[in-house]
Design a protein around this ligand. Structure first.
Ligand SMILES: *[C@@H]1O[C@H](CO)[C@@H](O)[C@H](O)[C@H]1NC(C)=O
Length: 343
């Protein structure tokens, strides 16, 4: 297992440990002191039926109705604080946006042999766009990326949306972007990883991919775990994720059929091409704990397969030099326009 995997699993257990400690401390408080402490049951909330068996509360003698002296919900007369996870449904993707980090929470796409066979769209015909569906004050801006040193990294790749120019254009909204390390990552290892997802369609007729950023804790010299990430823009606006995940659902094309599921977490950093993809495979649950999201609550265990057991999870490192040149040229073209990143 890779260092990333360890970090995530450690983070997951560290978090669990903290919660258990907190729970034990509350159990140990004098008012709830018991001769035999019961272990905290964090993962299993009391079932609704359990409360039904509890005796009804006995009212104080003489009390008619309890009138609370406060009304916390009165706040909502002024508005509900949120959070709102702006959902955008477009031709080639569905995205959910995090207004705090100005990154997506997740972006979902669907790849099929037919979607990849059709070549109607060209990235030369698309430009990066701020997303008008996000309120202005929460939007990621083109100028935030300018001279940031980071690529505007597609979460759903443009290359997966060549089936129409409109679909291609849809991948260029900043709600589908995260700041990604360019050389050695977005333009290299990550691009090969995206290619891996496309190649899955040679074996599976229907491939769904959810992609998004993570902000993972790292252990400091003092032994404590801290989350640290850069924020680009002036004033600072868009968080630079420490990692990215993909959760892949490779379907056999039958209704109610088998689904090969794989989850991967990669650091937002240069990765040597010879590093095996399998080193970045993690349990889906690790991504869920790290992201606060859930990916397959409705997929029964008996329909699941592990992607990397069902097929080889390895990259094909092609000669990308030409592709790289095209990429750089395109970025240069947009450099004159305000809001282009320095590359
Ligand atoms: C795609 O975006 C370009 C640049 O904004 C625009 O000129 C073009 O009309 C768009 N094409 C479609 C089909 O939406």
């Amino acid at each position: 297992m890779s260092k990333t995997t360890f970090a995530i699993i450690a983070a997951v257990s560290a978090a669990t440990g903290a919660a258990v400690t907190a729970a034990s401390m509350s159990l140990a408080s004098p008012t709830t002191k018991k001769t035999k402490p019961t272990p905290p049951t964090l993962s299993t909330p009391p079932s609704p039926t359990a409360s039904a068996t509890l005796p009804a509360p006995v009212p104080f003698p003489g009390a008619l109705a309890i009138t609370a002296p406060v009304d916390p919900a009165g706040l909502f007369q002024y508005g509900f604080p949120g959070p709102v996870a702006d959902l955008a449904t477009r031709n080639s993707l569905i995205s959910s946006f995090d207004r705090r980090t100005k990154n997506p929470f997740w972006v979902a796409e669907h790849i099929t042999p037919a979607s990849l066979a059709s070549r109607e769209g060209d990235r030369k015909g698309s430009v990066f766009l701020e997303d008008p569906d996000v309120p202005e004050k929460f939007r990621g801006k083109l100028k935030d990326y300018f001279r940031s040193g980071y690529d505007r990294g597609h979460q759903v790749p443009a290359a997966d949306a060549k089936w129409s120019q409109e679909a291609m254009n849809d991948t260029f909204y900043l709600t589908n972007m995260c700041p990604q390390v360019g050389e050695g990552f977005n333009r290299d290892y990550w691009a090969h990883f995206e290619d891996f997802c496309r190649r899955l369609t040679t074996r599976y007729p229907s491939v769904r991919v959810v992609t998004g950023p993570l902000y993972l804790p790292k252990r400091d010299a003092d032994g404590k775990w801290r989350v640290s990430y850069e924020v680009i823009g002036n004033p600072p606006n868009i968080a630079v994720p420490t990692h990215f995940y993909k959760v892949i659902f490779a379907e056999d094309g039958k209704v109610g059929g088998q689904v090969a599921v794989g989850a991967f977490v990669l650091p937002n950093a240069r990765i040597p091409n010879d590093k095996p993809l399998s080193e970045f495979e993690v349990p889906v649950e690790a991504v869920e704990r790290a992201s606060g999201l859930e990916f397959a609550t409705k997929l029964p265990v008996q329909r699941r397969k592990r992607l990397c057991v069902d097929t080889a999870c390895s990259l094909v490192i092609k000669e990308y030099a030409q592709r790289q040149q095209a990429f750089v040229k395109e970025e240069r073209k947009q450099v004159s326009a305000p809001g282009s990143p320095r590359i």
